[in-house]
Structure formats: C-alpha cells, structure tokens
Design a protein around this ligand. Structure first.
Ligand code: HSE
Length: 405
C-alpha cells in the first residue's frame, strides 16, 4: 500500500480524495498497489466529512512520517506551498501539484531538487486542468522540434467570450453571469487580465522549448476591452475572438522565440476556433508531426483532480526513480514583441479611412452597415512596432485585435 498526503482540502483537494475513492480498485491495479490517503493538511476542520479523522494542521506530521511516499500539493499560491514542496522533496517524497503559480515560478528548481532526491515533481494538472498535455510534451512528443504551442488555457475567459459571441452580451454582463454560475471568481482579475493563462503558457513553452520561460517576460493582454462591436466585426469576417496564449518560434529561420497572451481573431479553419464555453485546448505544431490538438475540461474539481491522481499513480509506479523532464534552468530569451509581424484588425472613424489607408497596409475594409460612422480594417502582415507607429500617427484607432494566421 502507498500512503499519501493531500495538502489543501479545497476544490481540487476534495476532488483528489473523491477520484481516489470512486476509482479505488482500478487506480490500485494501475499503480501496482493500493493508494491510501493518510493525511489531509488544511487550516480548517471538516466535522462530518469522511476525511475528518485524517485532518492535520501540522505539515511536520506529513514530513516526519516515513511511510508517506507521495504528497499532493493543491493549496495554490507560493506561500507556504513552495516551502512545503521543497521540504517534502528533500525528505524523499514525490510531490504532485495543480499549482500553476508555483510551477511557473519555481518549477525548474523543484524538478532539480526532485531529481537530486530520486523522487518526482509532477504537475500535469497545472495547465489545462484534466487535459493530458504535460505528459505528452515529456514523452509522446520528444521526437518533435516544436515550433508552436498555443492554447485556450483559461475556462473563465473562454466562457465569457463564448457568451458574448452567442448572446451578444457585453463583457460586464457575461462576467456577472460567469460569476453567478461559479465559472468566475469574485475577484476575476487573474483570469480576465490573462495572468492565469500567462503562467500556464510559460510552463508549456518551457517544456516545449526545453529552457525556462519566465512568466514575467510574457507579453500579456486580457479580454476586458473586447466589446460586442468587436465581436460583430469578427462574425462578419467569419472569425471568432479567443484569448490565445502562445509560445512560438519567430525571426529568420525560426531562430528566435516569442510568447504572448492576447485576444486574437481566428478563422474557423483553425482548430482553436471551435473550442467554446469553459473548455480548454492546446494546439501543438511540430516539424515532423504537423498539427496536433489536445482538448477537454480545463478546470473543475474532478477533471483537475483526475490529472493530479494520474501523476500520483506515475509516482507510485516510479518509486525510487526520477522520470525525465527536460526543462533547463537557462532562460529562454524572448524577442521583443515589437519585432513580431502579423495581420491586425482595427476600427477607425469612417472619416479617417483615407488617412488610415496611407498609414496601414490595408488589405480589406469591413462595414457593419452603410450608415455606421466607423469602419473595420484588416491589415496585411506588419510588425507590431510599425502597427503601433501607424496607430499613434492616426490617433483615432477605436480598437485593435491581433489576427492569427
Ligand atoms: N481560473 C482558471 C480557469 C481555473 O478559468 O481556467 C483553472 O486553472
């Protein structure tokens, strides 16, 4: 029997206990031995809950118990999760987590500590909830030179954008509805400003490209400025607006890298355009594989817990042996976003269209109706810097959205 401890009995932690209970015998068969939750660490007590007697408020109970081989860290945040994780690994216990903030900030270092102690630090649930993507990057895709990894990595914002698109609602109304349904936090900043997706793409890009992408270096723009009119233009162009997080090769011969989180207009030929509601997806392009996409439930108690428990099974299967994860401490230098080129969509007052045509490489002009006092413009490929310069010269750009090719 493998004894484990769960740190944090919130949404994911209670899900982990539930998944282990629901699929107890088949998980035991797959792990090679029964997995038993011996401790649940939380500040609170849970009278009447089946884990009531397993609750401890002392991390040292877990640390000092030699029978504990795997610790599940689903507390979230950096403090005290970082300290607890480090100490558990140093004590020879594997750690499985859903904590994207911790993985994005200290993941590489914790993988190294795990390696030195012949244990594992696994984090499948940190990106895309229940979607298998970390393990495919570490094993199935190791033959690939990956040139792009892009995803819809945040369920809250994808739900809001889908609602705005399907119901014509504005951002505030869609956010309120998402909060009422439990799809958005009371303080939605981390989701709607793109910070959550930023951590996730930093982790995925680090694994895809093998060097450390610092989340602080990732250009991040959220969805708060997207309006129903932007969405109406997208519809007219047979496109959708999605919050896309992307890490990709750029520059001559693909020798540089860039990483960003931003709303994008994407055409229906792109597989990410069909990902709606709270669902997430990760699109990977490899030089010999071509396109591949991983799709599923990106959040929620049981899907996320399922990924955590899958990691626990892997740890139990590999007791005393470290699973290889290629994530170098060397920083991946990202090129300045200003040097990246792409097409843009912008809205300008109709009276400024002629001037806009002088400043931007206009490919197409879109009118929602002939009486409107504004027009939409699609540009040819232009660098971010040149676009910004032209937009500043015009001075009357109403909104602008990047276009994915
Ligand atoms: N707030 C996140 C989301 C939860 O909406 O996707 C999963 O990380």
């Amino acid at each position: 029997m493998a004894d484990i401890a769960v740190m944090g009995y919130g949404t994911v932690g209670s899900g982990v206990v539930k998944v282990l209970e629901t699929n107890k015998s088949l998980i035991g068969r797959r792990a090679g031995q029964e997995i038993f939750v011996k401790y649940v660490l939380d500040l609170r007590d849970f009278p009447g809950d089946p884990i009531e007697k397993k609750i401890t408020h002392r991390f040292e109970d877990i640390l000092e118990d030699a029978s504990i081989s795997v610790v599940v860290e689903v507390m979230g945040g950096l403090k005290p999760a970082y300290d607890f994780t480090r100490r558990a690994l140093e004590a020879g216990k594997s750690v499985c987590t859903s904590n994207k903030e911790l993985v994005a900030t200290h993941g590489q270092e914790l993988i190294e500590i795990a390696k030195k102690n012949n244990v594992n630090y696994l984090f499948e649930a940190s990106c895309g909830g229940g979607i298998p993507i970390i393990r495919p990057l570490n094993s199935s895709l190791t033959a690939e030179d990956i040139d792009e990894i892009s995803g819809i990595l945040n369920g809250t914002t994808n739900y809001i954008l889908t609602e705005m698109s399907e119901k014509g609602s504005d951002f505030e109304t869609a956010l309120k509805e998402a909060q009422e349904l439990g799809y958005a936090e009371r303080n939605p900043e981390a989701d709607v400003e793109g910070y959550d997706a930023c951590r996730k793409i930093a982790i995925l890009s680090s694994l895809a490209f093998g060097r450390t992408v610092r989340y602080e270096d990732v250009y991040t723009e959220g969805i708060t400025k997207i309006t129903p009119l932007d969405i109406a233009y997208a519809k007219k162009m047979d496109m959708v607006i999605k919050l896309v997080a992307s890490g990709f090769k750029t520059g001559e011969g693909g020798t540089k890298y860039n990483c960003l989180v931003s709303p994008f207009m994407i055409g229906f030929s792109h597989p990410l355009s069909r990902v709606n509601g709270v669902f997430n997806a990760v699109f990977v392009h490899g030089n010999t594989l071509g396109d591949s996409m991983f799709y599923g439930s990106g959040a929620g108690s049981l899907p996320t817990a399922s990924a955590v428990v899958g990691d626990v099974v892997d740890c139990v299967r590999h007791l005393g042996k470290t699973i290889t994860i290629i994530w170098d401490s060397e920083k991946l230098v990202l090129s300045d976003i200003k040097t990246v080129s792409r097409s843009f969509f912008l809205r300008v007052p109709s009276k400024d269209l002629d001037r806009a045509k002088e400043l931007f490489p206009v490919k197409e002009v879109i009118r929602l109706d002939s009486s409107s006092d504004e027009v939409g413009i699609v540009t040819d490929v232009i660098s971010e810097e040149a676009f910004e310069r032209a937009a500043n010269s015009l001075g009357t750009v109403i909104s602008r959205i990047r276009i994915a090719i």
